[in-house]
Each structure stands twice: as C-alpha cells, then as structure tokens.
Write a protein that binds this ligand. Structure first.
Ligand SMILES: *Cc1c(COP(=O)(O)O)cnc(C)c1O
Length: 349
C-alpha cells in the first residue's frame, strides 16, 4: 500500500549518538502523503530530503499547520516500541479538524509509522536516556494568497534520535502576569503550529531573566495556573495531586493522562480542577506544597525548582520523590522493562 524507496547508503555512521543536540539530526527516511482533489493519495516513504514548494504555499501566510510529538523506545532485546500511538493519531486529527485540515486516514498513519520506524530502527538506541522522537505534521500546500482553508495539504513524518540527560537540572519558572498561550474558544487544546510561535517571544523574555519556562495563566485574570511551557503541570498539595482539567485551553497530554492513571493506582488522590496561584502560594507558606512538576513526551516528568510570581520567588523542596517514582514507572512501561498492564505499548514489527 505504501510505496517504499530506500536510501542507498545510511548516514548513521556519521552520527555521534552520545552528543546529540535535540532535534538537529534526522534519520535516513521520511514519510510523505499529499491531499489533492479531495483525497489523501500515494503515501510514500523515501530518503530524508528537502521538499520543493512555491513561496505562495498557504502555510507560509496563514499558518495552517498542526503537528504531533511521540517517541519510539528500544528495549534490552532490541525490540522497538511506541507508547499509546493511538492517542497521537486521534489528537492530530482533532488538531486538523480545528484548523479545517482534512483528517488523515488511520491505516496510512499506522502503516506509515510502522514501516518508517522499522526501516530506521538502528537509529533507536536502547537505554532510558535514548529514544527516537517522532514528528508527524500536516501543512497547507495550496499555492494561493487567499485567506481561506487550503485545498491541498502535505502530511509528513520525520524522526530525530534524542538523548535526555539526567543532570538533575530542574527548572525555574515564571508565572505569567501578562501573556497567555490560549483563550476560551481558541486553539490552545490542539497542537496548532502557531501556538508555539506565539510563545517564543514571552519565553525568551523570561529566559533573559533566568527562567527556563513560563507557567501560562488564564487569559482573563492571570489567576489560574494552566500549563508550564509546552508541558502539563501538576502540584502536590497536602498529599493531593492537582492539575488543570482539560478544556479549550489545555493540551490533553498523553503523558498527563498516563501520570494520572499511575498516580491513582498508587492510591494517590488526584484532582483535575482549576488551580489558582493564590492557592499554590498559600500551600507553599504552610509547607503543604511538596512538589510541582511538568509532564510531556520530550521530558516525561520534569520537577520544578522554583516559581516566581510578582517578583517573589518560591523555592520548592529538593526531594522530588513522587515525580521520580512516577517517571521511573512510566519509563519502565515505555521501554518494556515493566509489565504494561494497561496495554499502552505497541511493538514495531
Ligand atoms: C504536546 C504538549 C503537551 C504534552 O503532551 P504529551 O502528549 O504528553 O507529549 C503539553 N502541553 C502542550 C502545550 C503541548 O503542546
């Protein structure tokens, strides 16, 4: 069903897998499929290479584009696994739907993904510090300056090997008092490319002040804590794990929902409810705020060292036992070294 055109010689020998810079090295192959005349046609895997496109392509002008982020993991027997890929599939189509992009067929998605990872499986290295970051994306490719939904699209999957470092460098975050990433009725709940473009400026302003991320607050009053950068955010307050409920403004993270499931199984009370900055500060003053962490595919679970609001910095305890525990358990399932009782993983074969 999918046409496969293999590279003649792999570039893998030239890659220094111990010193990878995130998202800078791509594997030998890519998946590509075109939407024309009302249907997705000719799915193909071919050598990773530039695509030719005219300057009038609609995506350059109106940003009609969405993406996904997922990973492949190699276990100690050399088998390669995906983690809940069906969630990413459903989500990219939710994103597409919101951006008026035609949904992508399920069989092309899974067949393309499986064949691509199988071809490039040597790029996935074993060990918890190694994985293959997979980037499916869709963009408007009609040549037109009309500000309407494109009639043509390109769907692609590219893959980049990544290394995560356990250097204990937890992050310091700034609670936003001015900027927002999402608003009611908007596109915050989907992975629309433009959401990320809009974060670069506030995030780099925060970086100048020494913060690695921004905690995005609600667009109305900057009162509720919603996400940390491109991660969902959790607060452990008085032995209860609290995170924002999913809605128009919150990205429904696969890591978020997996962490909620794993925490509940450990008997931890989890509450999905709006959470105010004042509540978090009060809990901090009363020593009831024991951990704050972000979750996402790229970082898994990332503890937060301190948060700053109205120029006051609140330091969190050094011990991040819950974050560590949940991270180890999730990694164990993802790398097939722990029993996957939820049937979350899917083998590449
Ligand atoms: C992708 C993303 C997340 C994390 O989602 P995962 O499925 O866990 O990787 C969280 N917040 C935002 C804004 C995101 O774009």
């Amino acid at each position: 069903m999918i046409k496969i055109n293999k590279i003649s010689k792999s570039r893998i020998e030239s890659v220094d897998f111990d010193n990878l810079v995130f998202g800078k090295t791509f594997t030998d192959h890519m998946f590509i499929c075109h939407f024309k005349n009302g249907s997705w046609l000719d799915p193909e895997i071919k050598p990773y290479q530039p695509i030719k496109i005219e300057p009038s392509a609609s995506v350059f002008h109106y940003g009609q584009a969405v993406f996904e982020g997922m990973k492949a993991y190699k276990d100690n027997d050399g088998k390669v696994w995906l983690f809940r890929p069906n969630e990413n599939f459903k989500r990219i189509n939710r994103s597409s739907h919101r951006l008026q992009i035609p949904e992508f067929p399920e069989e092309y998605f899974f067949e393309g993904l499986n064949q691509l990872i199988k071809l490039d499986k040597d790029w996935v290295k074993p060990g918890y510090e190694n994985s293959l970051y997979i980037r499916p994306f869709v963009f408007a490719s009609e040549y037109t300056a009309q500000a309407t939904a494109s009639s043509e699209y390109i769907f692609m999957i590219i893959c980049t090997p990544v290394k995560s470092y356990y250097n204990g460098d937890n992050i310091n975050v700034l609670v936003s008092e001015k900027y927002s990433r999402a608003a009611n009725g908007g596109v915050g709940y989907v992975k629309a490319a433009g959401n990320y473009a809009a974060q670069f400026y506030p995030t780099s302003e925060a970086a100048k002040k020494g913060f690695q991320q921004i905690i995005w607050t609600d667009a109305n009053q900057h009162e509720f804590l919603e996400e940390a950068g491109t991660m969902n955010i959790f607060f452990m307050i008085n032995e209860v794990l609290v995170t924002s409920p999913t809605n128009d403004r919150i990205l429904d993270g696969v890591t978020r929902k997996s962490i909620i499931t794993l925490a509940k199984k450990r008997g931890i009370r989890v509450e999905e409810r709006p959470i105010k900055i004042t509540e978090v500060i009060d809990a901090h003053k009363n020593n009831k705020l024991t951990e704050v962490f972000g979750t996402g595919t790229a970082v898994v679970v990332l503890p937060i060292n301190s948060f700053t609001f109205k120029k006051i910095s609140y330091k969190l305890p050094k011990e991040t036992n819950l974050a560590n525990l949940l991270k180890e358990e999730l990694l164990g399932i993802q790398y097939n070294s722990l029993n996957d009782e939820y049937n979350w993983t899917r083998k590449i074969d």
